[in-house]
Design a protein around this ligand. Structure first.
Ligand code: 5RP
Length: 226
């Protein structure tokens, strides 16, 4: 069993009958959704999934997990998702899989958030992983220029065929190659004020529990959000 599968299965143990569960996106969240699908089928687990991407929705549906959108549920009990980097304060970068907008909306309206990662995602400071920024296509060249002027080394995300990546909600992603973010809250505040930016990949003070896959086994850490 690989580390991503290990943490995916471990996180699914937090899911109980009757829960409304935010389903994250990415190669680690994939294993968590697979395990929930298994439990639905084999154990008769009764849940409603709130997927954070078209890919996760398709996967959940193929496994027989009933799904609803965030607007069709009264609340979300728990969201389980991957992350690209997590610092010692449990702040994270997300959006490597271009699903950060739905992921942040579902996480924001969740009572509890669990991130599942392998050890390599735990870093002393955020920023080595390029920070994804979701932008409106209209005016994105101006936003790129603004980022460049600010010294943030922006690159418009393209796929392997050289086509601009379009998110599930029709936006573009600009990745900021910052190397190190000294003040994550200041950076988030700056980004929040730039017109054309829909959302950014800094997920600050949100997560409750981080489940880390290591060669020695699974390590679970509960974040102190005070
Ligand atoms: C998608 C995300 C993912 O959670 C993040 O990129 C981690 O993905 P993976 O588990 O494949 O490494 O934020 O937008």
């Amino acid at each position: 069993m690989n580390l991503k599968q290990m943490v995916g299965i471990e996180a699914s143990k937090y899911v109980k009958d009757g829960m409304i569960v935010g389903l994250g996106t990415g190669s680690t969240a994939y294993y968590m959704i697979e395990e929930l699908g298994r439990r639905v089928k084999e154990e008769g687990l009764q849940i409603i999934g709130v997927p954070t991407s078209i890919a996760s929705k398709k996967q959940a549906e193929s496994l027989g997990i009933p799904v609803k959108t965030i607007d069709e549920v009264s609340h979300v009990d728990l969201t389980i998702d991957g992350a690209d980097e997590i610092d010692p304060q449990f702040c994270g970068i997300k959006g490597g899989g271009a699903a950060l907008l739905f992921e942040k909306i579902v996480a924001t309206y969740s009572k509890k958030i669990i991130w599942i990662v392998d050890q390599s995602k735990m870093v002393p400071a955020l920023g080595k992983f390029p920070l994804p920024i979701e932008v409106i296509p209209y005016g994105h060249q101006q936003v790129l220029q603004r980022f460049d002027t600010l010294g943030w080394h922006p690159i418009l995300r393209k796929n392997d065929n050289g086509e601009v990546v379009v998110t599930d909600c029709g936006h573009y992603i600009i990745d900021l190659h910052l190397e190190k973010i000294d003040d994550t809250h200041k950076m988030a505040n700056q980004l929040d004020k730039i017109v054309g930016v829909v959302e950014h990949g800094l997920f600050l003070d949100m997560v409750d529990t981080v489940i880390i896959g290591t060669e020695e086994g699974v390590k679970t850490i509960h974040a102190d959000k005070n």
